[in-house]
Design a protein around this ligand. Structure first.
Ligand SMILES: [Zn+2]
Length: 93
């Protein structure tokens, strides 16, 4: 094998997709030989629907909360700020 062929082979090795290292947030479906993240598939294999061993993990805090309350809170805060500016301009300026 020439040095050019060796370099090309090494580059091709680097491009080839590698199997996932098993990680905590991944689950493996033995039927499809497919790694998936149950957090994004509601705890089921996206190909066959097999339930992941740990079941569906709890969704992140921001997904569980109703985010419209953040918007309402920001709106209330912003209106308090505007009231402060108006009162300041009225009495000081
Ligand atoms: Zn599957």
């Amino acid at each position: 094998m020439t040095s050019v062929a060796r370099a090309v082979s090494r580059a091709a090795d680097r491009l080839r997709p590698r199997p996932h290292e098993p990680r905590d947030d991944y689950a493996f479906c033995p039927d499809d030989r497919f790694w998936f993240r149950p957090a994004y598939t509601e705890g089921k294999c996206p190909l066959c629907g097999m339930v992941a061993p740990g079941g569906s993990p709890p969704s992140p805090l921001l997904r569980r909360m109703d985010r419209s309350w953040f918007g309402l809170g920001l709106l209330a805060l912003e209106s308090l700020g505007m009231m402060a500016v108006v009162l300041f301009m009225y009495f000081r300026a």
